[in-house]
Design a protein around this ligand. Sequence first.
Ligand code: HEM
Length: 497
Amino acid sequence: MITGMAGLLLPLLVLALAWWGWGARRAQMGGALPPGPRPLPLLGNLLQLQSGRLDRALLELSRRWGSVFTVRPGPRPAVVLCGYAALRDALVLQADAFSGCGAMAVFERFTRGNGIVFSNGPRWRTLRNFALGALKEFGLGTRTIRSESWRRRLRYDPALLPPRPPSGTPFDPRRLLGNAVSNVICSVVFGKRYGYGDPEFLRLLDLFNDNFRIMSSRWGEIYNIFPYLLDWLPGPHHRIFRNFADLRVFISEQIQRHQQTRQPGEPRDFINCFLDQMDKEQQDPESHFQEETLVMTTHNLFFGDTETTSTTLRYGLLILLKYPEVAAKVQAELDAVVGRARAPRLEDRVRLPYTNAVLHEIQRFISVLPLGLPRALTRDAHLHSHFLPKGTFVIPLLVSAHRDPTQFKDPDCFNPTNFLDDKGEFQSNDAFMPFAPGRRMCLGASLARSEIFLFLTAILQRFCLLPVGNPANIDLTPHCTGLGNVPPAFRLRLVAR
Ligand code: HEM
């Protein structure tokens, strides 16, 4: 009985302290944050955000509170940037001030602020520049991907889906796409690809997928708000940390293997590059090149690529199943421009305006990371007549740029003409920001765009996509949302064209 009471009182005490801490912090900031919905004691605005679709709930709140407002999804206030103008004025026009990374408890416990994605200051700058340089070295720069290098290094194979899905038999594309995408980053980071049936690799992909799903669920959301409380309570969130631990073991083993077999000064992949740099800076006590940092950075590249890109591809297939007329138009364009005798290449992209528009529209429509990653102000800033003190936690609501009616027609509908001009030529739009704009822009953006183009065109060139059931019944609503927008599970049939 006493244990039960203690179990109840302890969480309440933690909540009360957290609330008190929030109050103190707010007082410290002089109550300066932009206005927003009135918070409840202990719970903040949690109840207003309870829809299970955090992105939608925040979009809804912005109707009342404008493009820059404060919410308290728990004890900690967060300033939300909503709509293209607010995101641009903050992340692009005040890029330095908004270049800090905001802590997310779910990652904090694993990364301890190490690696690229969750570090700040000199460590972040050093690691980001190093990773960009290394990716460029392997032909995967931010702006340009050397197509020839892509094919040579990554041995890009037009037979994209080995083992070939049995013609006409319904299958779930999740693992095949995850495996294909992940092999690209594996080839750069580990210098090797994995067999599609490799049980260890399939298990790792499942760990990534499981983590992305739990983090995008209510459990992930609540963990980020009340981590200390949830550490004590049972639930699927504990799996996140077990999965992280397994991933760490896998990456550490890879690093050990590299240490035993590498030729110093002759790097063949990212891990070798990093180990060379560790050698160079061995005597420097301030060096950012430590083994733990290598583990986290490798994890960043692996996780950054695998789940976001393969989820985009999977969602893209689901959309094309729902809109077969769009898939048919892409196929007609591919036939006319590329033919069927060879696989599409990156250079073809400029001559495929409709295809390019469809791929952009898929990314806009799904907003795979709807809330981006949180930022923290590196110094005081002013935004739309609001003062934001240094350290303010910021949610860049990327989905709000994609749903901004001043930038896209019928933003809630899938419509590739959003990226076409009157003459049918491809037309870019600055409000397209799935990779987030500004200093912390996704460093794999170019790689991801290339993967999406090459994989989807390779599938469409060779196969007709057939739904299982009536395409009119396909529901494009995300299965869960939070960190990511995850599509519902589905099966499809591929029939050779
Ligand atoms: C469709 C695929 C992808 C999407 C939608 C995506 C989106 C994003 C977004 C929104 C951010 C947060 C930027 C910010 O802090 O505001 C980010 C950061 C990052 N992404 Fe991606 N990403 C994708 C693919 C990739 C790939 C292929 C890689 C690996 C090479 C990657 C590696 C990273 C890294 C390392 C960061 C941290 C950048 C930093 O903090 O400086 N991402 N990504």
